[in-house]
Design a protein around this ligand. Sequence first.
Ligand SMILES: Cc1cc2nc3c(=O)[nH]c(=O)nc-3n(C[C@H](O)[C@H](O)[C@H](O)COP(=O)(O)O)c2cc1C
Length: 168
Amino acid sequence: MDAYLAVVSKREVRTYADRALPSEVVRRILEAGRVTGSSQNRQARRFVVLERLRDDAAKCVFVPTNVSTAALAVAIVIGQRGPAGFDAGRAAQNMMLAAWNEGVGSCPNGISEADQLARTLKLEDSEQVANIVSFGYPVREADPARRSAGEWIAAADRKPFDEIVTYA
Ligand SMILES: Cc1cc2nc3c(=O)[nH]c(=O)nc-3n(C[C@H](O)[C@H](O)[C@H](O)COP(=O)(O)O)c2cc1C
């Protein structure tokens, strides 16, 4: 998929088909996160693929079913201090775009119960979960090429360009 089309056609997918992701697709998603750049290349983040602790972790996000019904759920763990939040966002978006390129939808999930989640995942005191990203094939197969990039942009529920982009 063209990278720009992938970016502009990406919408959150919260309802997932009951279909596993091939292991090579999972690997590509995780590699996309791992190779993402970070401040001073510190790579102050790690990714926890939620397996046996999935349902417990799902109780700690705002919309538990996003996580509990996903084919893959990845907790992005960062330090309590420092600029790693930006780095986590970069990694998350790259993972979601790599997934989208494979026809896999995704959604970021904010953390509602941070302390409980930290205990569940046995994080170090210095760590926290920035977000849990849920992934899965959309119930209806995705077809980003059904629209042009311009059409995806026109259809997006976003503030107007001139409100968001200013010049100084
Ligand atoms: C940091 C962050 C946290 C989010 N948390 C949630 C969440 O807890 N639950 C959810 O369903 N969507 C969550 N989202 C997804 C946003 O609701 C979504 O990006 C926004 O509504 C745009 O959706 P669209 O691209 O499908 O138009 C989150 C997004 C971000 C960036």
